[in-house]
Design a protein around this ligand. Structure first.
Ligand SMILES: Nc1ncnc2c1ncn2[C@@H]1O[C@H](COP(=O)(O)OP(=O)(O)OP(=O)(O)O)[C@@H](O)[C@H]1O
Ligand SMILES: [Mg+2]
Length: 387
């Protein structure tokens, strides 16, 4: 039987399902808290597996692997949502602590359910419909107007699983290409003025903290830059905070919940949720009193949450994305480290075009200063040296 987190002298062990960069940074945040962390990795060369002392090898969809991890940990949490909810339910039924819960993960991994459930609460989501076939797509688009956006209901990330469709011919060709094996939805194309994100962290005892609203700059469906605070009217920032708190309560999340938002016509529309640390919160490592990773750990252990205030008037994070040609980040690193105030994070991942390989954060007196520092270091890392 599991020991209680609160009833033992030895530090609790947090199990992380998945071993990407989020697990790696969560692992890093566990160290000063004296926690033990065990990571479930599919392969020993994954980002967090490269640094974790305690490693379980296995697939995140293998119940035996999850059970083995859970039996060695006080609480299980996640690096991603590519898991089977029924397996999480079985772990819960067996008495293991799963945070966020199977129910919350089920919501976070399903874009259709997010729209249905948030829409039912009166929260702003794009008009949407589940897609059975081309007739649904054409009917929806003729009613709502072109273009429309087709999305994979599960499993999409970094814009994979998102297709803007401009004409009936394009729509039919897309559905033909995707085949029947993928569950899809269609939604209105939103004329986005700005993409925003807000993180909220909730612990089981009820305490909730909210991070500042940030702007996320996306290129081709991938987040390139995160700027804190978002340059929006205070009223909009307040609305985002209220919205995030309502979503956190409705989803009963434990840990970090990221709410991705679109600003359009001066109002907010919810794009999607993630119930785990999120790319839009990496700036908080240096930029906030307590990072999203530290607060995620504190929340899943039901410990008091830390303050989320910014440490500087402006903070910028630039993601390091694999470009068309391979670069040796390790070789370029010293040049980037020569930029004063640039905090470089490398994830230890192999190069692939478009892959998130690391990020750089800089604090500044204003947005322009933080952004140009972070960009300068990032460019030195991903652009080959001219020799
Ligand atoms: N309805 C929409 N209207 C206009 N643009 C959209 C719409 N939905 C998504 N996009 C664009 O596509 C990007 C990716 O969409 P979304 O966040 O749904 O995909 P994802 O692959 O799950 O992303 P993530 O990497 O954040 O998990 C958005 O950030 C936005 O730029
Ligand atoms: Mg997204």
């Amino acid at each position: 039987m599991l020991r209680s987190v609160d009833q033992d002298d030895s530090p609790p062990t947090v199990g992380i399902v998945g071993a990407g960069q989020l697990a790696r940074m969560t692992y890093q945040a566990a160290i000063p808290l004296g926690l033990r962390t065990r990571v479930l990795a599919t392969a020993a060369d994954e980002s967090a597996a490269l640094v974790a002392r305690d490693l379980t090898l296995g697939a995140p969809t293998c119940y035996q692997a999850l059970e083995e991890l859970a039996s060695m940990c006080d609480v299980l949490t996640f690096d991603h949502e590519l898991v089977e909810v029924t397996q999480l339910e079985a772990l819960e039924a067996a008495g293991h602590r799963v945070r966020p819960s199977a129910a919350t993960v089920g919501l976070a991994q399903n874009k259709l359910r997010q729209r249905e459930e948030l829409g039912a609460l009166g929260l702003p989501v794009p008009a949407f419909q589940a897609l059975g076939g081309p007739a649904d797509l054409l009917g929806f688009a003729n009613q709502q107007g072109w273009p429309v956006v087709v999305k994979a209901i599960r499993g999409g990330y970094d814009g994979r699983g998102v297709w803007v469709v401009n004409t009936p011919t394009e729509g039919v060709a897309l559905l033909d290409r995707l085949g029947a094996h993928q569950e899809l939805l269609v939604e209105t194309w939103v004329p986005i003025e700005r993409e925003l994100a807000i993180l909220v962290v909730r612990r089981p005892a009820g305490q909730t903290v909210v991070y500042p609203l940030v702007e996320t700059v996306q290129v081709a469906g991938i987040c390139r830059e995160v700027l804190a605070p978002a340059p929006v009217a205070p009223k909009l920032a307040e609305q985002a905070k209220e919205l995030a708190l309502r979503v956190a309560a409705a989803s009963s999340v434990v840990g970090v919940l990221a709410v991705e938002l679109f600003e359009t016509g001066g109002r907010l529309v919810i794009n999607e949720l993630a119930a785990r640390p999120h790319n839009s919160g990496h700036y908080s490592i240096e930029g906030c009193i307590s990072s999203q990773f530290e607060n995620h750990l504190r929340a899943v252990l039901d410990w008091p949450l830390g303050e989320t205030d910014l440490r500087a008037p402006a903070v910028a994070t630039v993601n390091l994305l694999g470009g068309p040609n391979p670069v040796d980040l390790g070789r370029q690193l010293p040049r980037a480290l020569a930029v004063p105030g640039a905090h470089v994070h490398l994830y230890g991942k192999g190069y692939r075009p478009g892959r998130k390989l690391g990020h750089v954060t800089a604090l500044g007196a204003d947005r322009g200063q933080a952004q140009s520092l972070a960009r300068r270091a990032a460019e030195l890392l991903v652009e080959p040296a001219r020799s």
